[in-house]
Unconditional design. Structure first.
Length: 256
């Protein structure tokens, strides 16, 4: 894992593209793009949260079935862990849906009503699938609470092959590194997230973010590759709607 540092319409001609670039700085537009993309990430999670939680439940169910082979040690421990995590998951779900998000995320992390929070599950049930899922939820909660270093720590400890959760975890780490002003690390994680799966949701979203960060870092050739990949492979994605503009900008910067 990376370490923390201590410190519109499609342009028709090259002239039109250059004029657009002169009107506002590339860096400013990149960060505006990332802000918009981050909003789309949050909207995607909220829109698809039922699916995400169903996935979490299915993963837990599959794991429980597998642990049936170890009836007297592993399975009872996992069942106990999932039961103890119920209240934390309830707070987390309410935070995603509700208005008092910060207080609910804190309760999800630290527990309430005499019940465990995600941090307790991680500590008390180390090595279990429940603790693994708790790391994902804790990392997401810390990201929403703007505690970016802890978000990176917990999301980095989450391991999954799931179609949606796996790239979301990597991409959320990228979002955290953007906020920590570590764009090189952010780019690395966006690239990992984009390459993990080829679904229509996470792949174009993280290709877009990777391209935006690459532009900000002066890597126009790399940005162009990502933007063109969106256009060619994910033409029906949200990101593809304005991708020609970014392709034009990246081409001009790559040829300078």
């Amino acid at each position: 894992m990376a370490t923390y540092n201590k410190r519109g319409s499609r342009p028709k001609t090259k002239e039109e593209v250059e004029q657009n670039i002169e009107e506002s700085s590339t860096t400013a537009e990149v960060f505006n793009t990332l802000d918009q993309s981050a909003s789309r990430t949050e909207a995607f999670v909220e829109k698809n949260q039922k699916y995400i939680f169903i996935v979490i439940g299915l993963v837990a169910a599959v794991v429980l079935g597998y642990l049936g082979y170890n009836e007297f040690i592993a399975k009872p421990k996992q069942v106990e862990a999932m039961n103890d995590m119920f209240q934390a998951q309830k707070y987390f779900n309410e935070a995603i849906n509700g208005v008092e998000k910060d207080s609910l995320f804190n309760l999800a992390l630290n527990g309430g009503e005499g019940k465990y929070g995600f941090l307790d599950i991680i500590e008390e049930y180390k090595g279990t699938p429940a603790a693994n899922l708790a790391n994902y939820c804790a990392g997401t909660a810390y990201l929403r609470l703007k505690d970016y270093k802890k978000a990176v720590e917990h999301l980095g400890n989450f391991k999954s092959d799931d179609e949606i959760l796996a790239p979301l975890a990597k991409g959320n780490i990228g979002d955290a590194f953007v906020q920590l002003n570590q764009p090189e690390d952010a780019l690395d994680y966006y690239e990992q997230a984009a390459n993990m799966r080829t679904n229509e949701y996470t792949a174009p979203m993280y290709l877009y973010k990777a391209g935006a960060i690459a532009l900000e870092l002066g890597k126009a050739d790399k940005a162009l590759t990502y933007f063109e990949q969106i256009k060619e492979e994910f033409p029906n994605s949200t990101e593809a709607a304005t991708i020609d503009v970014f392709i034009g900008k990246a081409r001009v910067l790559a040829n300078k």
